[in-house]
Design a protein around this ligand. Structure first.
Ligand SMILES: Cc1cc2nc3c(=O)[nH]c(=O)nc-3n(C[C@H](O)[C@H](O)[C@H](O)COP(=O)(O)O)c2cc1C
Length: 204
């Protein structure tokens, strides 16, 4: 009898632990999908600084991104200093929110690569790689309660401005400047972009 009770208890505990595992998986799944759905461009921030721990979280997420042949050509410039933020705010028409942001991360990448035979060629995937890193960074910002926005810096005019202002060397190019801070309007909602008519099955 004791054995039977023991066996039933083990069964119940096993079933309960399976349920917990399933619940945990569902919770994690929902958390990830909610985070993606809730990400939005945030352009107004409070004065509260972003902690170094949060900055590292953002950079770890960025560097976890995929990249062509795992080359990880990205480089990041962390702007915490008011003068640097204001300097860029003054020069980039579409990134005026830098004036208010306590932090910005400039996502850059090495645009050239050296082949095995020593030939140097353009890395035609640098923008893809740096974009994947940027999206990871934006999602991480959303996940930890920060607000951020991708502002373009890869076109000839803006990249020249950013390279010159920040002393970015040679073949390293900026992709974007991401102002980051604690959202001034925490109730801001994401846009609904679900458009089934954009989907084409099997062929166009
Ligand atoms: C390549 C790229 C360049 C962008 N450049 C700017 C920019 O210069 N300034 C800005 O305020 N937002 C910029 N954005 C943010 C877009 O305006 C924003 O993502 C879009 O309106 C959708 O809104 P959401 O991010 O809230 O979903 C850029 C986004 C991307 C992907």
């Amino acid at each position: 009898m004791k054995r039977l009770i023991f066996a039933i208890a083990v069964l119940i505990m096993t079933a309960a632990s399976c349920c917990n595992d399933a619940d945990n998986k569902n919770t994690a799944r929902e958390a990830v999908l909610d985070n993606i759905a809730n990400r939005k461009s945030v352009r107004a921030y409070t004065d509260e600084p972003v902690s170094d721990a949060d900055i590292e979280t953002l950079l770890r997420a960025a560097m976890a991104a995929p990249s062509a042949m795992n080359r990880q050509p990205w480089e990041f410039i962390v702007l915490k200093d008011r003068d640097s933020l204001d300097l860029l705010a003054g020069k980039l028409r579409h990134a005026k929110m830098l004036q208010q942001a306590p932090l910005a991360i400039v996502v850059c990448a090495e645009t050239m690569l050296t082949l095995r035979d020593g030939t140097v060629v353009e890395n035609m995937f640098w923008e893809h790689d740096a974009s994947a890193a940027t999206e990871n960074l934006l999602l991480a910002a959303e996940a930890i309660g920060l607000g951020a926005v991708w502002t373009a810096a890869s076109d000839p005019e803006r990249s020249a401005i950013v390279k010159d202002a920040l002393g970015i060397p040679g073949t390293i190019m900026p992709l974007c400047v991401v102002p980051i801070g604690h959202p001034a309007n925490p109730d801001e909602q994401p846009k609904d972009k679900w458009k089934p008519e954009k989907i084409h099955y099997n062929r166009w």
